[in-house]
Design a protein around this ligand. Structure first.
Ligand code: FES
Length: 450
């Protein structure tokens, strides 16, 4: 569980302990001895007769308010308008308890003033039907019983949960496997998010598992037949809003009844805003794409004889030209690696013509390289040469990386093969090498080529 959730839980569990004596002497007094408590009586107790109780009321107010503010904050933080309102609401969150405490103090001082008159006290106790000091003794005794009972109850719940987890994980043996190879045994009824938490696997959960933020979403890689219930209404709403495919589920809502292999899709420190903005995080999926690798031949040698400024200038022109050729053909630059380029075609869907798009891009890159060579002919000892390798096939496409270096990319054999093709262009001394899969899909007549 994230720290804030532990704090919220801890504060929530403290409230009954702080509240019980007050409840027993007011509500309890009404039921037990027909007491008619009023504010003056209560303030007299807090400010004069049992001042420690008075201080505990302030602590209770702070604890309860903080607990509520946590809840409200976590409810609202997935709303798009919340960040701009947050500073104002923060001010309000401080102002309300401060004013409450001021009101409490002002009432207390008024009653202290009145208590200077013993007749006022006698009349007030008569008005509320105060039965005598034995009532306070009984209240204290009851308070102790309640606190002991409550503490035992909470401890029993935690202990019972531990015992249940221990035994049911062994007898029912539901296995959840993560891409790292980690396997965690869980009992029936535990959610995938609880599983990650139990195994200490970092797993985003901005809304704390309430099915509102989508940050806990996982890709179900494999699962036993029928072990995953269809999404409930809460989950369905989020999945539909983000148009997530059926193999992506909210870990906080899915409670498998059989073995599952899954992968958390978002980094553990993702914000709700990032998770909900379409396109920012693409769930991993296996799709057919065309992958291109391009390399500038002999550039390393050339750069050794040039000033750093010239090297950067030349590379800038090259990347600009190649980048716009690729994007103009419908591809996406995945990354620049030194003087190399990796580009993907078909990641946005439309798998039909992405092989052709890649070939178009390759032709355009070749033409643009000629222009660069023409422009730089006085600076170059020999023209720049390009090697391009293109392959097509299925690859896992999704958002990967860390922090600012997070981006949509592809991994798999198709990518590795395209990388191999570009290195083979060097062995053959050729500019372009495409696989048979690309040729077939692009329906290009390559018979005139080797
Ligand atoms: S943790 Fe927010 S939707 Fe699952």
């Amino acid at each position: 569980m994230p720290k804030w959730q532990w704090v919220q839980l801890g504060l929530g569990l403290t409230i009954p302990i702080l509240l019980i004596e007050h409840a027993l002497s007011t509500g309890g007094g009404i039921l037990r001895v027909r007491l008619v408590p009023n504010y003056e009586y209560i303030l007299a107790v807090f400010w004069h007769f049992v001042p420690i109780q008075g201080w505990l009321q302030v602590v209770l107010l702070v604890v309860t308010w903080t607990h509520s503010v946590f809840g409200i904050h976590n409810w609202l933080k997935v709303k798009p308008w919340y960040p701009s309102w947050q500073p104002h609401l923060y001010g309000l969150a401080l102002l309300i308890p401060t004013m409450a405490i001021m009101g409490y103090a002002s009432g207390g001082f008024e009653v202290l003033e009145k208590l200077k008159n013993p007749l006022w006290l006698i009349q007030m106790l008569k008005d509320i039907h105060y039965p005598g000091p034995e009532f306070d003794q009984q209240t204290k005794q009851l308070r102790d019983y309640w606190i002991i009972g409550y503490t035992l109850l909470i401890a029993a719940v935690f202990a019972a949960r531990r015992v249940r987890l221990y035994f049911s994980a062994r007898s029912e043996g539901i296995r959840v496997t993560y891409p790292s190879g980690r396997r965690i045994l869980i009992p029936n009824g535990a959610s995938l998010l609880e599983t990650s938490r139990a195994g200490g696997i970092p797993h985003a959960s901005v809304c704390g598992g309430r099915g509102r933020c989508s940050t806990c979403r996982v890709l179900i890689i494999k699962s036993d037949d029928g072990c995953l219930m269809p999404p409930n209404d809460v989950e369905k709403k989020v999945l539909e809003k983000l148009k997530l495919p059926p193999n992506v589920r909210l870990a906080c809502q899915v409670k498998p009844t059989g073995n599952v292999t899954c992968e958390p899709l978002l980094p553990p420190d993702v914000t709700a805003k990032e998770a909900l903005s379409p396109g920012k995080y693409m769930h991993g999926q296996e799709i057919t794409i065309t992958v291109m690798f391009a390399d500038l031949r002999g550039f390393t040698k050339l750069s050794e004889s040039k000033l750093p400024f010239d090297v950067v200038f030349m590379l800038y022109q090259y990347f600009q030209s190649m980048g716009s050729a690729i994007e103009g053909a419908g591809g996406r630059i995945d990354k620049f690696i030194g003087d190399g380029i990796m580009a993907l075609f078909g990641t946005e869907g439309g798998a039909e013509n992405n092989a052709q798009q890649a070939l178009t891009a390759a032709r355009e890159m070749s033409l643009r390289l000629e222009l660069i060579n023409e422009r730089l002919k006085n600076d170059l000892n020999e023209p720049l040469h390009l090697g391009i390798g293109i392959h097509r096939g299925s690859a896992i496409v999704g958002t990967m990386g860390h922090g600012a270096a997070t981006q949509i990319t592809a991994i798999g054999d198709t990518v590795n093969t395209a990388a191999r093709l570009v290195s083979i262009t060097k062995d053959f001394g050729i500019q372009l090498l495409v696989s048979a899969a690309v040729e077939a899909e692009a329906t290009a007549d390559l018979s005139g080529f080797e």
